[in-house]
Write a protein that binds this ligand. Structure first.
Ligand code: SAH
Length: 233
């Protein structure tokens, strides 16, 4: 499987060395999947496109400094954070998830593969975002498949430093989700968001980009129950 995965990745513009690392991680993911129940995606083509190529699609955006402190909220088995870290060795990537089990899986993976520009963090985004060590620290915050956008932007905003970006990976419903956020981006310190389509093997993948221009008020994020019950916007 490793070789086939590697080939699909290099055919799609990933460098040889990076594709090799990614395919090793893909193999590790499949090997451990039974034990940890990490992903429903097991077909090699889907693994290449939906996990690895989708994760690094963000790197095609213009005008963003990618070699920065990066946070991946709700990384699960390491997406998009791991492929990102492999592709940008000069970035430092923090992989955050509330599930101990998933973080343990990633910890072993980064150790085995020697991915030394990534570290993990266990906890809930809405709590850690109030921690001084993480508050407005990251130049780039990423998140994929964690919550609807009106909830997710409140989870993310407090982590992003002024001048930095939050990018949400979304699918076909990106426009509707963005509409539902109303004036929440402004309330949280972001300027007007923009949507970009990424051309991924015919799939409708969208990136919603939020630029943080002002500080986020300390009252955000609220506790999860409140965010969920009454999302901003
Ligand atoms: N980003 C990955 C995994 C998505 S599954 C991917 O795209 O494949 C969503 C993950 O978000 C789960 O692992 C869950 O534990 C985590 N999660 C959900 N809410 C969270 C929160 N408030 N703080 C931290 N992690 C959260």
């Amino acid at each position: 499987m490793t070789e086939e995965l590697q080939n699909i990745l290099t055919e799609n513009g990933i460098g040889q060395k990076e594709a090799e690392m990614m395919s090793l991680y893909g193999q590790y993911l499949i090997n451990e999947n039974e034990k940890y129940n990490l992903t429903r995606i097991t077909d090699v083509k889907d693994l290449a496109v939906k996990h690895f190529l989708d994760s690094v699609s963000v790197l095609s955006l213009k005008g963003i400094d990618f070699d920065t402190e990066v946070l991946d909220i709700g990384t699960g088995p390491g997406f998009p954070g791991i492929p990102y870290a492999i592709s940008r060795p000069r970035a430092h990537v923090t992989l955050l998830d509330s599930s101990n089990k998933k973080i343990q899986f990633i910890d072993e993976g980064i150790k085995e593969l020697g991915i030394d520009n990534a570290e993990t963090l266990v906890g809930r985004a809405e709590e850690l975002s109030h921690d001084d060590r993480y508050r407005e620290r990251f130049g780039l915050v990423l998140s994929r498949a964690v919550a609807s956008l009106n909830i997710l932007i409140e989870l993310a905003a407090g982590f992003v430093r002024q001048g930095g970006y939050f990018i949400a990976y979304k699918g076909a419903n990106a426009d509707q989700e963005l509409e539902l956020t109303g004036d929440a981006p402004t309330k949280l310190g972001f300027s007007i968001p923009e949507i970009y389509s990424t051309d991924l093997a015919g799939q409708d993948h969208k990136l919603i980009v939020f630029h943080k221009t002002r500080h986020t008020d300390d009252k955000y994020p609220r506790i999860y129950g409140k965010i969920k019950k009454a999302p901003l916007g």
